[in-house]
Design a protein around this ligand. Sequence first.
Ligand code: FAD
Length: 431
Amino acid sequence: MSDGEELDVVVVGAGCAGLACAYELASNGLTVAVCERGDVAGAKNLTGGRLYLEPLKDLCGDLLEGAPFERTVVSESIVLTHGDASTSIRLDHGVGEDRPHSVTVLRGKFDQFLADRAGEKEAFVMGEQRVDELIREDGKVAGVMVGGEEVRAKVVVAADGALSFLAVEAGLRKSREPRCFGVGVKELIKLDASVIEERFNVAPGQGAARMYLGDVTDGLPGGGFLYTNRDSISIGVVVQMDELEQRGEEDTFNDLINRFKERPDVAPLIQGYETVEYGAHLIPEGGFDAIPELGIPGLFLVGDAAGLVLNTGNLLRGMDLAMASGVIAARSIIEFREGDPGCPECLQHYKNSLTNSFVIEEMRAHRKAPKILSNERIYKVYPPAVVDMLRSLFEVDEKGEGVPVKRAVKEMRRTVGTWAAMRDIMRILKL
Ligand SMILES: Cc1cc2nc3c(=O)[nH]c(=O)nc-3n(C[C@H](O)[C@H](O)[C@H](O)COP(=O)(O)OP(=O)(O)OC[C@H]3O[C@@H](n4cnc5c(N)ncnc54)[C@H](O)[C@@H]3O)c2cc1C
C-alpha cells in the first residue's frame, strides 16, 4: 500500500462507526483498510453498554446477525437519590427475546465481532496502526500517514472517536472544548449469571438498565448508570467535563464511583463482585449545535468524531448514531464509486443523507438538551425534594401522626419554588 497503490477507502478507527462503515463498503466490493491504534478492535473503547437496535434494522442489514449481545433490556428504572434514600420509577417492557428493543454489549467482544464481520467481506482491519497525519493533494485529502508510511485512498473516513485528531487536523474542530464533552468512568464487575438474574428479577438472557440522578454525582450535572451483562455488570458515572474541571479535585471520579457502589440501594446488587475492568472516556455531549462541518473533500467524519451523541438524561445514545453515520457515509461513497468519491459533491451527498436521516433529525429534535441538562436544580433540588416528600408520606412520628398528602406536597413546593419548578418543567417538556 505504500508503493503508490491506492485503496478506495481508509477508515481510521475500529470502533462501531468505523467498522459498520467498513463492512458496508467491503460488502459492496470496495477496497477498504481500517487502521486502529489499539492492538485489536475494541481494545481502547469504552461505553456504558446499551445499544438501541430498532434504528439500525434497515441500515445495518445482516451485519448484526449473531452479534454477541449480552442481555436484552426488559426492565429499566430511573432512580432519584438523596443521601442513603432513593425512589425509583420502573418500567418492565414485557418485550420477548425475539424482538429486543435494546441490548447490552461489551465493546471488547462487540467490536471484535464487527471487525470479524468486516474481515469476512475482505476489509483489512489492522491493529497497532496509529494514524499520525493526513495526506493532502490537489485541495483534497488523499490518504493518511501511519508510522511514517503513506496509505493512499480516494477517501478517508475519520471514525477516530470523541477527540478526533483527524477532525482537528482538518480544521473542522478545535482540539479541546470542555463544555462540549462529558466524561464517563466505568467499572466492569464480574458476577455469576444466576446471581444477576436473581438480584434483578430477570430471566436468563434478559437484563436491567438503571439510571441514577441526584447526589450520585455530588451536585455535578450528570448521572450514574448500571447495566446487566451476561455474567458481569457495567456500572459508572458520567458528568459534564467543564464542571468537573472547575471542581479541580483529582480524586473526584474515584470518589464518585466508590460512593455509588457503596449506596445502600446499589451495594446489595453487586455484593461479592470482582472488578475486571476500569476506565474513563470522553463523550461528545455538545449536541446538535456542536456538530462540526462533516468533512472536507476526501475526508468524512462519522460517529463521535462528528459529535454524534445524544444525551437526554433518560437516554444516552452514541453507538447507534455512530453505526448509522458510518453506513450512511459508506453509501455516499458507494454512490460515487464510478467517479471520484473524494469530490465535494460526494461529501455533500453524505451531508444531505445524514441530515435527512434519524441521526441528525434526533440531534436537532433534542438540540436544547445540553442546556436543559446543565441546570443544576435537576441534580441538587428535585431528587432530594421528591425523596423527602415520599419519606414524609411513609413515616409516622412519635405522636402517632403521619403527614397528610396536602402538607407534604406544600412542603415540596416550598422547597423547589413553585415558579422555578414550573419554568424547569416547561423547559424539560421541550426536550
Ligand atoms: C461511560 C460511557 C457510557 C456510554 N454509554 C453509552 C450507552 O449506553 N449507549 C450508547 O449508545 N452510547 C454510549 N456511550 C457513547 C458511545 O460509547 C460512543 O458514542 C461510541 O462508542 C462512538 O463510537 P465511535 O466508533 O464513533 O468511536 P469509538 O468507539 O471511540 O472508536 C474510535 C476508535 O478510533 C481509534 N483511534 C483514535 N485515534 C486513532 C488514530 N489516530 N489512529 C488509529 N485509530 C485511532 C480508537 O482507538 C477507537 O478504537 C457511552 C460512552 C461512555 C464514555
